[in-house]
Ligand binder design. Sequence first.
Ligand SMILES: [Mg+2]
Length: 107
Amino acid sequence: MNTKSISLPKLNNLNPTLESTALKLMEEAGELSAAIGKFRSLSGEKVTLDQQEITNAISRELLDVAQTAITMMFVLEEQWDVDLAEALSEHMNKLIKKGYLTLDMND
Ligand SMILES: [Mg+2]
């Protein structure tokens, strides 16, 4: 199975809640969408950045989304007693059941 793993920190100078992280996640998703929109000139503006600058901006916003998702996972575990390992197992089973992931016997 091909995977990509990243480690992102628990932010220790914030006091996030479920609501604040949910709003932040939507804000960051919007910024990611805006960066992609610029790349494709979806806003109608003339694109003045080169492709490298745009893909760098997209990558930065994608990592903001990931960081916020990680922060929300810490909130769920620490404030709402969620077992994310169990949720991850259910998630993997869902991907298989939907046909998005097949497990090769050699994996
Ligand atoms: Mg951002």
